[in-house]
Design a protein around this ligand. Structure first.
Ligand code: BTN
Length: 228
């Protein structure tokens, strides 16, 4: 049953809470026409949570929500930054692992799944965010392990998100590059080993080996499987 949350903070977002749902991303993708721009759907439980590359996203009592936006934006860059900056204010210093995983102590703390809906033209972006509250040993994930109110954290993420959404592309990329922890990691790409060197102005990853540099986009490489 979906409840409209009487959100305690002043905000432009329309908050909904659901006890259990297959996936907040799938729901907003299927029902984007019924809900206004700036809808946020929070779930206490997902029975078919999805990650990137068609992976399953398993979580229990973690933070799971999706944001429905009907204007296009630089969300692949803004979202991980907003999460890291919000976590700063709770005393947690996380980093971004290119393209948009959130890491703490070399373990994954949060994941982001952004899906766009096109029907002849751009209709909506759905930004799904999952943040572990507790460690996930089976997938080597780490949790916040701190008594943080999920609604305080979501509110803080959205406040940072709104601020970042006003910056231009170059400003965003600079913040994103600074916050990344991918540098010097070893990466397998097309059967060769590279070192991640830098992120270019378009957000692509620059890889280096003895043959020189190559530039890859996040569609071309699945870094989770690629790190040695
Ligand atoms: C990843 O790291 O692969 C992305 C994980 C995204 C999980 C969130 S939880 C809320 C939203 N609903 C989903 O089904 N997935 C995203």
């Amino acid at each position: 049953m979906m409840t409209i949350l009487n959100w305690k903070y002043k905000t432009k977002y329309h908050y909904y809470l659901v006890d259990s749902i297959p996936s907040t991303n799938t729901f907003l993708k299927d029902n984007f026409n019924e809900y206004p721009d700036n809808t946020i759907l929070i779930a206490l439980k997902q029975t078919a949570g999805r990650g990137r590359y068609d992976r399953v996203w398993r979580s229990d009592n973690d933070i799971m929500f999706s944001i429905l936006l009907k204007t296009n934006g630089n969300y692949e860059i803004i979202t991980p930054l907003a999460i890291c900056m919000a976590l700063d204010s709770f005393g947690i210093n996380a980093g971004i692992k290119w393209p948009n995983d959130i890491y703490l102590n070399d373990k994954k703390l949060a994941g982001i799944l952004i899906e766009d809906v096109f029907q002849l033209k751009f209709e909506a972006s759905i930004i799904g965010i999952g943040i572990n509250m507790t460690d996930k040993e089976s997938v080597d994930g780490i949790g916040l392990n701190k008594d943080i109110d999920r609604y305080d954290l979501i509110d803080s993420i959205m406040k940072k998100f709104d601020k970042l959404n006003k910056l231009n592309h170059d400003e965003l990329i600079n913040l994103y590059r600074k916050r990344n922890i991918v540098y010097n990691k070893k990466v397998y790409y097309k059967d060769k080993i590279y070192t991640a060197k830098d992120i270019d102005i378009d957000g692509h990853l620059i890889l280096n080996n003895e043959d020189g540099n190559i530039i890859v986009s996040s569609d071309e490489i699945n870094i989770k499987e690629s790190l040695i």
